[in-house]
Ligand binder design. Structure first.
Ligand code: TLP
Length: 346
């Protein structure tokens, strides 16, 4: 039996024995010299998957987003982004500190923006204003509850961006989830963005690793800043091998995570004070509100911990739970039993 069922994030997965074997056997070289064959293979593979000219391996999703922002902008530029997005909220203020940009935040519906909202806030060419340079989108949207960007919305934002000479960066940390849930090829999503970041360390179960993909010239710029930010790595094929293994073996299984998340959402509906719409659970993230339960989120996470289930408090009354590789359908039933004990039936 597991010590804990850990639903805090899909980042908590441990490499499987087969993944560890692939890592141990990886061919390596010095990647700062561009000589690591496993890293090169991963970069080429991800560029191909996303339909971009080039891709570069970086340690984290945060570094991937920040390198993209840095490479697209000049200090003083403005970047349009959704108000609950990851780069704005969960990257330590990096974009202001490292790129000297300011964000213009727009509130979306579960993280999804409409083109009309963006159009309204693009700055006119006037020396009083900052220069609007970049639009950042997130698919799936983490704080939006794993919501999927509808293709037509991305296409419309892309049309607008191109008509105004703006760039688009897509935070695709969980683009795999969007693709598996909709059956839409990642390339089809990626074509509406100039640069795309993807993670191997979330749903796919690798211990570390993200990539930024885009045009060759842009990725050359990212490469330069990766060195500057201290992200040049040496015999890192050992980690890239985990990423290649994850792409080969852990994409299709994301379906199970989505089914498990839906099952959780349907079960949670039956407990006292929980407000959740299972229709809104599109992938592997479940966010629910406890405002009517008489309890605050931290009380519930503490009580759940005593039941050996780890959950994540998102603000005062919201809880996020995330399904992943190391959570089985049996674990979901155990977790629902624990929620029932803590919250009680309606
Ligand atoms: N998200 C983490 C936390 O930082 C909140 C999580 O547990 O979900 N983009 C998106 C959409 C993300 O969800 C994350 C990680 C990142 C970027 C950053 O990736 P890392 O953690 O590799 O820097």
């Amino acid at each position: 039996m597991k010590d804990f069922i850990d639903l805090r994030s899909d980042t908590v997965t441990k490499p499987t024995p087969a993944m560890r074997k692939a890592m141990a056997e990886a061919e390596v070289g010095d990647d700062v010299f561009g000589e690591d064959p496993t890293v090169n293979a991963l970069q080429e593979r991800v560029a191909r998957i996303l339909g971009k000219e080039s891709a570069i391996f970086v340690p984290s999703g945060t570094m991937a987003n920040q390198l993209a922002i840095k490479s697209h902008t000049q200090p003083g530029d403005e970047v349009i982004i959704e108000a609950t997005s990851h780069p704005y909220n969960f990257e330590g203020g990096a974009a202001a500190a490292l790129s000297g940009i300011q964000f213009y935040c727009l509130k979306g519906v579960r993280g999804i923006l409409d083109v009309s909202q963006i159009e309204e806030v693009i700055r006119p060419q006037d020396h009083h204003f900052p220069v609007t340079r970049l639009i950042c989108l997130e698919n799936t949207h983490n704080r939006g509850g794993g919501s999927i960007y509808p293709m037509e919305k991305m296409a419309a934002i892309h049309r607008l961006a191109k008509s105004k000479d703006l760039q688009i960066h897509l935070d695709g940390a969980r683009l795999w989830n969007a693709s598996v849930a909709t059956g839409i090829n990642p390339k089809e999503y990626a074509k509406w963005a100039d640069s795309v970041s993807v993670c191997l360390s979330k749903g796919l179960g690798a211990p570390i690793g993200s990539l930024v993909a885009g045009p060759k010239k842009f990725i050359d710029r990212v490469h330069r800043f990766r060195k500057m930010f201290g992200g040049g790595m040496r015999q890192v094929g050992i980690i890239a091998a985990a990423g290649i293994y994850a792409l080969d073996h852990h994409i299709e299984r994301l379906k199970e995570d989505h089914q498990n998340a839906k099952r959780l959402a349907l079960g949670l509906q039956k407990f006292k004070g929980v407000s959740i719409d299972p229709e809104h659970v599109e992938t592997n993230i479940v966010i629910f509100d406890l405002a009517n339960s008489g309890m605050i989120a931290s009380q519930v996470t503490e009580a759940m911990k005593k039941e050996r289930v780890l959950t994540h408090a998102f603000g005062r009354t919201q809880i996020r739970i995330v399904t992943h590789l190391d959570v089985s359908s049996e674990d979901i039933e155990v977790a629902l039993g624990a929620f029932e004990k803590v919250l009680g039936k309606r």
